[in-house]
Design a binder for this molecule. Structure first.
Ligand code: DAH
Length: 345
């Protein structure tokens, strides 16, 4: 076959490539000119039948034609694919009448709303926020708070032990000892919010994990009047101006005297109702004057310094404030409860 025919074949192919106006038709062109059944392929297989002196030149001519067709197809293919993609994008329309996916904005967890509110109240009275570890030493959790190894008060605070000397703290009170240690005899006015643990059978009003805010004030001349005024202001800010507090005598090993602090029931105003179990009062926290032994053990001279301390349950405040019927709702993250709370607040 002469090169003239090859040239014709090449030109016909290039013309078809140029005229192809879709990816599919270009694929068909490729099939016609480059497949095993194409004229070019059959010419290639016939090289062996030519006189030896012609084979090389004819082979080179065939290759030249194949390369020209292949690269023209590749170039056109890129062009057509882009064009088809652009057309497809242009055709795609957005149906603005379709209902969208609605994402509800989140809300704050009631536990943290209350915790922040409590912290704010005490910051306003000049307290600093202190911190302490949840895995605590027996020394700080008990010993330095006047609760020695054989003290019966330990029975009420059974907890999760890591080893003989370390445990999950049963209250935030160990931060009292830690703070006194750090302040080295200087005046103290701190609160410490944090998680606490006790072995408990969980139900609507008991939880093995809960949270408290500890308070400690130590200075010269601190008396029980300071304790009462501080906690009264806290109760009014937390539960309304009309609330009054009552101090009931109690016992804690680290305070003397010790008190339980109640507020008059907001629901019945003190007459007695279901909320306050007929007593007219609701217990909100424990407090007292820092025991002289505790001052002494932690580096303060009880002849010179005195102080008061208190411990208030954060979960309990949330339960009281929002009338939550099951304390576990505060940490199970049930979306239904959180939504209900968002509507309330
Ligand atoms: N730590 C006590 C408890 O968890 C609460 C408490 C009572 C803390 C009296 C105090 C306090 O600081 O003075 O039961």
């Amino acid at each position: 076959m002469e090169n003239e025919n090859l040239l014709k074949l090449k030109n016909a192919a290039l013309k078809d490539i140029e005229e192809a106006n879709s990816v599919d038709s270009l694929n068909a062109v490729r099939n016609t000119y480059l497949s095993k059944k194409s004229e070019l392929s059959s010419l290639t297989s016939q090289i062996g039948q030519l006189p030896p002196e012609d084979r090389k030149a004819f082979g080179a001519a065939l290759t030249e034609v194949r390369v020209a067709i292949t690269s023209a197809i590749e170039e056109k293919m890129t062009y057509l694919k882009n064009k088809e993609l652009e057309e497809k994008l242009e055709k795609e329309q957005i149906d603005i009448s379709l209902p969208g996916i609605s994402y509800e904005p989140g809300g704050r967890d009631p536990f943290y709303v209350i915790q922040d509110e409590m912290i704010e109240i005490f910051l306003g009275m000049g307290f600093e926020v202190a911190d302490g570890p949840e895995v605590e030493k027996d020394l700080y959790n008990f010993e330095l708070l006047n609760i020695p190894k054989d003290h019966p008060a330990r029975d009420m605070q059974d907890t999760f032990y890591i080893n003989d000397n370390e445990l999950l703290r049963t209250h935030t009170s160990p931060v009292q000892a830690r703070t006194m240690e750090a302040k080295k005899g200087a005046p103290v006015r701190i609160i410490c919010p944090g998680k606490t643990y006790r072995r408990d059978d969980d139900d609507a009003t008991h939880s093995h994990q809960f949270a408290q805010i500890e308070g400690l004030v130590i200075d010269k001349g601190i008396n029980i009047g300071h304790l009462k005024a501080t906690l009264e202001l806290f109760a009014k800010k937390m539960f309304g101006e009309k609330r009054e507090i009552r101090l009931r005598s109690s016992y804690f090993p680290f305070t003397e005297p010790s008190v339980e602090v109640d507020i008059n029931c907001a629901n019945c105003g003190g007459k007695g109702c279901n909320m306050c179990k007929g007593t007219g009062y609701i217990e909100i926290l424990g407090a007292g004057m820092v025991h002289p032994n505790v001052l002494k053990m932690n580096g303060y001279d009880p002849e010179e310094y005195s102080g008061f301390a208190f411990g208030v349950g954060i979960d309990r405040m949330a339960v009281l404030r929002y009338g939550i019927d099951d304390i576990r709702k505060l940490y199970t993250n049930d979306v239904r409860f959180l939504k209900q709370f968002k509507k309330m607040s």
